[in-house]
Design a protein around this ligand. Structure first.
Ligand code: NAP
Length: 223
């Protein structure tokens, strides 16, 4: 995709991978809408922050109403917002489980269903889902987080098959540990970390592939 003038929506734009990706996308002259609860600070006239809790359908709907008030369609959706909760299964409160599934999984469905009709009409577009190696492999203490991310990989794979015939590319990127605010909330400390700018640059490189190439799944881990 040539990003110049394209309309992009990135969820989880206030920090980490999402923030770095918004910076890279605006540098390519895309018009970028960032959705997050805290303010997203991207110093570029092509960036607009829409305060949104992506786990709440009414907030997602009004964010997309605002976007569609200005643009006919979204060319690129990056479903990136998410967080991690780790620990033995009996220590995870049901409310925490629901919040995790709501943010990491259901929010992707809520944002995707708003963008697909316009992409189908245009017969082009791209949806990138930021998943995790935890969506490929279960590990001790990861029951809730892995469940949410395995769910995202199932969602992505089915969506890829569903939308391919409409010229819409669905790509899931599964990073390993990356140095972001994620770990200040997660209560675990990984031994090795990738740089958030490098992970965002990898996502950008997949987005910029020719429209007739479909990079449907990518796993990347620290060396
Ligand atoms: N860091 C890693 O090692 C790693 C590895 C694999 C996958 N991932 C995935 O990468 C994605 C980005 O994480 P990150 O590492 O960049 O962490 P981060 O720096 O903590 O960023 C998370 C982003 O998600 C947003 N977010 C969380 N809940 C939200 C909600 N309810 N509504 C709207 N936005 C919400 C946060 O914004 P607000 O708090 O302002 O709402 C923030 O912008 C997540 O899906 C994460 O699971 C991370």
């Amino acid at each position: 995709m040539n990003l110049n003038g394209k309309v992009a929506v990135v969820t989880g734009s206030s920090s980490g991978i999402g923030l770095e990706l918004c910076r890279l996308l605006t540098a390519k002259e895309a018009r970028v809408f960032g959705l997050s609860r805290r303010e997203s600070r991207v110093d570029h006239p092509g960036f607009h922050w829409l305060q949104t809790d992506v786990a709440k359908q009414e907030e997602v709907d009004s964010a997309f109403d605002a976007i569609f008030g200005k643009h006919e369609q979204v060319d690129l959706l990056v479903n990136n917002a998410g967080f991690g909760v780790f620990g033995d299964v009996e220590t995870i409160a049901p409310e925490t489980w629901n919040r995790l599934i709501g943010t990491n999984l259901t929010a992707m469905f809520l944002c995707t269903r708003k963008t697909v009709p316009g992409m189908k009409a245009a017969r082009k577009g791209m949806i990138v889902n930021v998943v995790s190696i935890a969506g490929k492999r279960g590990f001790k203490g990861g029951s809730a987080y892995c469940a949410s991310k395995f769910g995202v990989n199932g969602f992505s794979e089915a969506l890829m098959e569903e939308l391919r015939e409409y010229g819409i590319r669905v790509c899931s990127i599964n990073p390993g540990s990356t140095g972001t605010e994620f770990f200040s909330h997660a209560g675990i400390e990984p031994k090795k970390l990738m740089n958030a700018v490098d992970v965002a640059a990898l996502i950008l490189s997949l987005i910029e592939l020719p429209d007739d190439m479909l990079p449907d799944q990518m796993v990347v881990r620290p060396m």
